[in-house]
Ligand binder design. Structure first.
Ligand code: SF4
Length: 421
């Protein structure tokens, strides 16, 4: 039990490092230059102490780590060393930072700092080499991350990390195992970044591509997604063009993303060529009509010069008829030119009412799009034997309903939460 005297002793010991931590965190927020709002600049030591995960090194940039070192009365180059140890050497524990003086390591730990890497709870490898990881977060929640290795004709491996942005997902798309598993909370910046490092560690190979297509709707956690994007690009050095942010559509967020003028790809999941059918597959579409979504995609292209790519999950007998393909081509031509559609034959999940379409149906759908001047690719289904559909593996291990953390439901004050169906 904590007594009054032990509390005041703790306050004396912790006050200075916590104040330093507040300063470094404020700097981190300012350097992001996000349009979203934060309250870090006025954070005081006690309120910082109350935050769930205030002092995590992973996710900080080199200038922020240099500032942190200076705050601890070290020379700035120590921050550079921290950066190297976290992002290049991928060391998970402050005490293993051997190049850094022991006294500095101890001070960091005493002030509550940690690297911010979580253990892998479970991993499953499919026959095609796809690896799905369950990462156990500090609050015992589980998230999925998938590593997809592909060798090109020259034998060079491209390693794609499919990362989660939320614990679960509130949008409940009717075909999705993640949606069926419920929603708990948004992921923090470092919890997104660590997924990429975990995949690199498992494959002993650098991640070349990142797709935000794992658990969750990235646009409902846009602030942390943008922070993680910056870290992946600047600190882990994954080219912006190698990163794809996927969304099923959340009102007012595509415009916000466009304002950041990223060179990354925006992939919009349509899954249906008209509003009526789309609402049955993507219930949140009721709050964001197809015409409004397509208008926002057109404006995104105008503002960024980057074409939006469209994802379409093919569900047998639901949205996979040639007529649907023709209607889809019409919609795409109405709102833009040169659209690209990525077809995803449905990955069957336990208890789902949907079935995978036949190969013939997939080919006929693709041909109808091409005949109507829409370029198309069909995603090869990877890891069918490894509970590969988004959310399947996590649902297997996290059966009990997840507690909703309302404090962390939405960190971006301007982003809508009303689309939750
Ligand atoms: S498909 Fe994506 S947005 Fe829809 S419920 Fe699943 S994770 Fe959420």
């Amino acid at each position: 039990m904590m007594t009054a005297s032990s509390t005041s002793l703790m306050q004396r010991v912790c006050a200075v490092p916590l104040a330093r931590a507040a300063r470094t965190r404020a700097m981190a927020a300012a350097s992001m230059n996000l349009s979203t709002t934060t309250s870090t600049t006025t954070t005081t030591a006690p309120s910082l102490a109350k935050r769930a995960d205030p002092q995590v090194l992973l996710g900080l940039s080199e200038p922020e780590l240099q500032q942190l070192a200076i705050d601890f009365s070290q020379q700035g180059y120590r921050g550079k060393q921290l950066h190297h140890l976290i992002y290049k050497r991928k060391i998970k524990d402050i005490q293993d930072f051997n190049q850094v003086p022991l006294a500095f390591r101890n001070e960091l730990e005493e002030a509550g700092w940690k690297v911010g890497r979580s253990p892998i709870y479970q991993s499953v490898t499919a026959a095609d080499g796809t690896v799905k990881l369950l990462i156990k977060l500090e609050d015992n929640r589980l998230i999925e991350t998938v590593g997809i290795p592909v060798k090109d004709e020259k034998g060079v491996m491209r390693l794609t990390a499919c990362v989660s942005s939320q614990v679960g997902c509130p949008l409940r798309c009717s075909f999705c195992a993640t949606g069926k598993g419920g929603f708990s909370r948004n992921l923090k910046r470092h919890e997104i970044v660590e997924q990429v490092l975990a995949i690199e560690e498992i494959f002993n190979h650098r991640v070349t591509n990142v797709v935000f297509m794992g658990m969750g709707e990235p646009m409902m956690n846009l602030k942390a997604v943008l922070e993680a994007h910056q870290c992946l690009n600047k600190d882990i050095q994954i080219g912006q063009r190698m990163i794809t942010i996927s969304t099923v559509g959340v009102p007012n967020t595509i415009k916000k993303l466009a304002s950041h003028k990223l060179q990354s790809t925006l992939a919009v999941s349509l899954h249906a060529p008209n509003q009526k059918l789309r609402e049955t597959i993507v219930p949140s579409a009721k709050a964001y009509p197809l015409s409004a979504l397509m208008r926002d995609c057109r404006d995104y292209f105008t503002e960024t010069g980057r074409r939006v790519s469209f994802e379409y999950a093919l569900l047998a007998g639901v949205n996979d008829a040639v007529d649907h393909a023709v209607e889809l081509a019409e919609v795409l031509h109405e709102w833009g030119r040169g659209s690209h559609v990525n077809l995803i034959p449905f990955n069957p999940i336990e208890g789902s009412e949907y079935k995978r379409p036949s190969k013939k149906a997939v080919q006929a759908f693709a041909a109808a799009l091409e005949n109507n001047k829409v370029t198309v690719s069909t995603r090869q289904t990877r890891g069918l034997d490894a509970d590969a559909a988004c959310g399947q593996l996590r649902n297997k291990f996290q059966k009990s309903p997840l507690p909703v953390d309302s404090d962390n439901l939405q960190t971006d004050e301007d982003a809508p939460v009303a689309v939750v169906c």
